[in-house]
Design a binder for this molecule. Sequence first.
Ligand SMILES: [Fe+2]
Length: 144
Amino acid sequence: MLYARLIWRALNILAVFLGVFFGGLVLAEYIKLLESAAKSESHELLFPAMFNALKGYSETQFSIEEQLMDLYGYPQVRLHLASHKMFEIKMHQMGCDYESGVIGPSSIISFLKAWLVSHIEISDIELATYVNRCVEQKLARLVI
Ligand SMILES: [Fe+2]
């Protein structure tokens, strides 16, 4: 029983951190693809396609995080939501600026790299840590 409980807790903690880890990994892969697309001969087609795919991916990732925040009453919810909103606004603006030739791919890639460090590696890890603590507390109440 004790081993089962320990394994169950470890799996739950791992699941939340893996969610954040893979979220960061997917973004890192998108950044690499955007860098390749920007250098390719058909960058005018590839770069916007990758950029739009990334916007779709981030909407899904944000939705999952927002459901977790709601489910577990995350105290920093307003700050985290504001950060997601800022990302969406900035991505929209950069998409328009890219289309009109005001900015190039490097501006978008730089923004995404900064987001990876400032949001995913800090804010999302804080959220994952909080959710894990909540899950552990729920499991402790169930098992005792
Ligand atoms: Fe987030």
